[in-house]
Design a protein around this ligand. Structure first.
Ligand SMILES: C[S@@+](CC[C@H](N)C(=O)[O-])C[C@H]1O[C@@H](n2cnc3c(N)ncnc32)[C@H](O)[C@@H]1O
Length: 206
């Protein structure tokens, strides 16, 4: 990792308690946008304890995760077993992961913040693994979240400016949704209250 503060050890520590850091339920924005889609092969990037991938698997998706956290992998296995579904979870790093082209019908992630130099190089590589017609759905914290206490990284380098994000990932996609929104989060103690978020839904054109 380019910034050790946000490395695997920190995420393993976060996921080591008995509870669920961001809840057991899927992220609401991901649930809203994925629910109408036909199930296929999905990559839930950086899904931590696996709440989004497990929920999607209960809806018929072939759910995959890559994430830095081996503890997250164990928690996901527990959640998947409780829901009687299977999720394929690889402990892996966005920066070094090898992505196959045209593999997924859906890539989705909630709160997958990485340093900006990592984002600009590796989010486009990740999105290359979408099939033509595949969907990319994400929610992240906006730069204006810095002063708020409802979650998110306390570093502008990791927060999202919508125009900057879209300049990096928007090329070659139909934009179904691309907005900065003020919302009320109620995911867990870590993500609760008024928050400023970036919500994006893209479809790969070619
Ligand atoms: C804020 S948590 C969100 C977890 C999950 N998406 C959710 O909403 O419940 C951020 C996640 O990103 C993962 N992560 C951070 N940097 C990563 C990287 N370079 N490669 C893979 N996963 C990473 C962490 O391990 C952690 O699980």
């Amino acid at each position: 990792m380019s910034n050790v503060k946000y490395g695997a050890d920190a995420w393993d520590a976060r996921f080591s308690s008995d509870g669920w850091a961001y809840g057991r339920e899927p992220n609401r924005w991901l649930e809203e946008r994925i629910s109408p889609l036909s199930a296929g092969k999905a990559m839930f990037a950086a899904d931590g304890e696996g709440r989004n991938a497990v929920w999607a698997a209960t809806k018929g998706w072939d759910s995959h995760i890559f994430d830095l956290s081996a503890v997250g992998q164990e928690k996901c296995a527990k959640l998947a077993a409780e829901n009687d579904v299977t999720v394929t979870y690889e402990v892996d790093d966005l920066e070094t992961r090898i992505f196959k082209p045209q593999e997924y019908d859906l890539i989705a992630c909630s709160w997958f913040h990485v340093p900006w130099n990592v984002f600009t190089t590796h989010y486009p590589r990740m999105l290359d693994s979408l099939k033509v017609g595949g969907h990319f759905i994400t929610e992240g914290y906006h730069t204006s979240q810095l002063e708020m206490d409802s979650g998110g990284p306390k570093s502008l380098d990791l927060l999202w400016d919508l125009d900057e994000v879209m300049a990096i990932i928007g090329e070659g996609f139909e934009i179904l949704h691309s907005e900065v929104e003020s919302t009320i989060l109620d995911e867990s103690d870590l993500h609760r209250g008024k928050a400023n978020v970036v919500r994006i839904h893209l479809v790969k054109l070619h």
